[in-house]
Ligand binder design. Structure first.
Ligand SMILES: *Cc1c(COP(=O)(O)O)cnc(C)c1O
Length: 376
């Protein structure tokens, strides 16, 4: 029953066009700061229907820039905080800490997304923003969170690292929050090797993001440059931009295939006695970055054993995510333990879903999963 080769939970899909784009750049005059960066940014903002797209060398640097912009916007306030979800990759909140901003963790729903109903109780006079995460590629409830942010005079930041290609009520994810962040890490919706982007409709945020990305230097035509801000080198190189351009053209086909595989799994797992499967509301399209199952309580005490057994079968499972407040780095803040986040962490398990999986392999993976759980 063991799979012939290890199948990771996620991996990239690279074709000849992607390679061609990269090779062309290698033969060109510029490996950085050439035309490809603008082409890729134009294509990105067109795809998500936004005014500005600023690429970065990772989503982590895009998040750093985002929180730095917020820090500057509220420079007269001390000890600002941002309300966010603990069920996310640690970069989301690490980059708040890197800017002297304190995360405040809000509990999640059964789909791993922030519970908007529980935000209000967490707001204090130092709260300036909400940072949501589209867990597994399914958007948060955009209307609810937009209305809530507006009513409470808070910025809405969306770490959309999982959800490029997804949509909410026919609007593409990426332009709906005040600042949206994408990741182009190898296993995200599209890849540039490493990479990320900020998408915004706000001119001021766009200008600051551009400055932070490139040393804070303003280039004048007469070669008399000026440095006004503390900036960095967070730029995406031309090779990555060429790859991103080519990958972006393939994005819709990626999302379609990912949904096909997810629906195929759904069909097999329907009415199984071991776990729940994620439900996607009819007004959303998920990018299906992750296919996660929620194990019934009776399996929680054996989860480690189950994981190891699945890995022995070459099924590359992974757990997304340990609630961030449980990490050593965060222990010193004495964050409150959140019930749903704990329950989610104990239940959730991501199984392989990517473009290298055909239906035959998906069936084998599903059979192995059911076989292993049957034993416990
Ligand atoms: C992948 C990811 C990041 C970090 O992305 P990088 O491009 O690897 O820096 C941040 N937040 C979330 C939710 C992610 O999934």
């Amino acid at each position: 029953m063991k799979l012939e080769r290890f199948v990771p939970y996620n991996t990239q899909s690279i074709n000849e066009d992607d390679k061609k784009g990269v090779l062309e750049v290698l033969d060109s005059l510029f490996l950085t700061q050439g035309n490809k960066i603008k082409e890729f940014e134009d294509a990105l903002k067109e795809y998500v229907n936004a005014k500005f797209a600023i690429t970065f060398n990772s989503a982590t640097s895009a998040l750093f820039a985002t929180f730095n912009i917020i820090k500057q916007k509220y420079e007269n306030m001390e000890n600002i905080n941002i309300i966010t979800s603990p069920i996310t990759f640690v970069a989301t909140t690490n980059m708040m800490l890197a800017n002297g901003i304190k995360p405040k963790f809000c509990d999640v729903n059964f789909d791993g997304n922030i519970n908007v109903e529980k935000i209000e109780a967490l707001i204090d006079k130092n709260t300036v923003a909400i940072c949501s995460v589209d867990y597994s590629g399914k958007s948060v409830d955009v209307k609810k969170i937009q209305n809530f942010a507006k009513k409470n005079n808070l910025l809405w930041i969306s770490d959309s690292s999982h959800s490029l290609g997804g949509s909410f009520e026919d609007q593409k994810i990426g332009s709906l929050a005040d600042i949206n962040i994408f990741s182009f890490h190898a296993i995200k919706s599209i890849t540039t090797g490493e990479g990320g982007a900020i998408i915004t409709n706000n001119e001021e945020f766009n200008e600051l993001a551009l400055l932070l990305r490139s040393h804070g230097v303003i280039k004048n035509h007469d070669c008399n440059h000026e440095c006004k801000y503390l900036g960095f080198n967070f730029r995406m190189n031309e090779l990555s931009c060429a790859m991103g351009l080519s990958q972006l053209k393939r994005l819709n086909s990626f999302i379609e295939r990912r949904n096909e595989i997810a629906n195929f799994y759904d069909e097999i797992f329907r009415n199984n006695p071991f776990f729940f499967i994620p439900k996607i509301e009819s007004n959303k399209i998920s990018s299906r970055h992750l296919y996660y199952i929620l194990l019934d309580r009776k399996f929680h005490c054996n989860k480690e054993k189950i994981i190891n057994e699945l890995l022995d079968f070459n099924v590359g499972v992974q757990v997304h995510y340990k609630p961030i407040y449980n990490f050593l780095l965060y222990k010193k803040f004495n964050f409150e333990i959140l019930n749903n986040a704990e329950e989610f962490y104990r239940s959730t398990l991501s199984i392989p879903l990517h473009l290298q999986i055909d239906n035959k392999l998906a069936k084998k993976i599903a059979d192995i999963l059911l076989f292993v759980l049957e034993k416990y």
